[in-house]
Design a protein around this ligand. Sequence first.
Ligand code: ATP
Ligand code: MG
Ligand code: MG
Ligand code: MG
Length: 347
Amino acid sequence: RKTRVAVVFGGRSSEHEVSCQSAKSVLPHLDAERFEVVPVGITPQGQWALGTDPNALEAGAGNLPTLRDRSDLTPVEPGQALRDVDVVFPLLHGAWGEDGTIQGLLELGGLPYVGPGVFASAAAMDKIFAKKLLQAEGLDVGRFVALDRTAATLTLDEREHLGLPVFVKPSRAGSSVGITKVSDWADLDDAIFEARRHDPKVIIEAAVPNVREIELAVLEFPDGRVEASLPAELRPVGGGAEWYDFNAKYVDDSYEADIPAKLDDDVTDRLRETAVRAFRALDCQGLSRVDFFLTEQNELIVNELNTMPGFTPISMYPKAWEATGIDYGTLLTTLIETAIARGSGLR
Ligand code: ATP
Ligand code: MG
Ligand code: MG
Ligand code: MG
């Protein structure tokens, strides 16, 4: 029989709608000759439901599809939803999905799944821990200060160390949700308050001046080979927008992409090498999108890793692979085959 693939989408995080959007694209592109798809939705309240077609969803926040306010869903327990499934594609972004939690559930159930395991997922989701691990590997992650659950604000020494402007971020979030760029210390505490609405742990980073934003897609193949795609660059259109916020990502057209990025060959080579190093530094498996800042001096700063990046055909991860020679359908098949080859258990 065909391989039964559960595509789990939606979820409890602030990126619920982004996940529904990803699922909308992934489902119809899975190879129907080989895979039988079982769509599994998770509502924003955390209710699992079978038989939800992401293509039939209504628009919610940012005009993106949502499972919010749906009364027609058939609720199921997770174990029931995943019964008789061969492999799981946890197409969830953010907390309770991209952070090791569902990966833990799948490990307990002995089910293979697409993407990194429990530790790598949790480490990449937490910007503070990710930076510590990347630093230990000798990678440049830029200047930052971690505000733990108890620290109210930055000390004067920390302000001096970072300088202005700074980016204030929830340690564990995504899609730029909860992030503020602060150019005046008088606005710092409001920005910390905003970040803490999403996570009690906050990271404050020095803004990289005149930054170029470069993203690479890292993929593990079924034979264990790990490769980085060609780099993609995100640019504000006409230099208008200041940074790549939620609206720029999903709502307006203030950013455009160069895929591949226009870079000297030696910079491209360094990016591809460093992306794989960062992937390994966090013990990733399957896939990750590695986001870089390229400085005016062509220095590479690793901003972050996303272990389940956006997955529409126009999202950066699939686009970068397309430009490197792997089309969307083949990419999805590769991800699932790698998950099956890895199997379940400690490995
Ligand atoms: P994603 O959707 O990629 O998961 P995220 O919510 O994890 O995003 P970041 O990628 O850390 O957030 O930051 C979002 C954006 O904010 C960056 O793409 C960039 O435009 C801007 N930014 C963040 N940190 C810095 C920095 N230190 N210097 C300059 N720009 C920054
Ligand atoms: Mg991120
Ligand atoms: Mg993300
Ligand atoms: Mg990012």
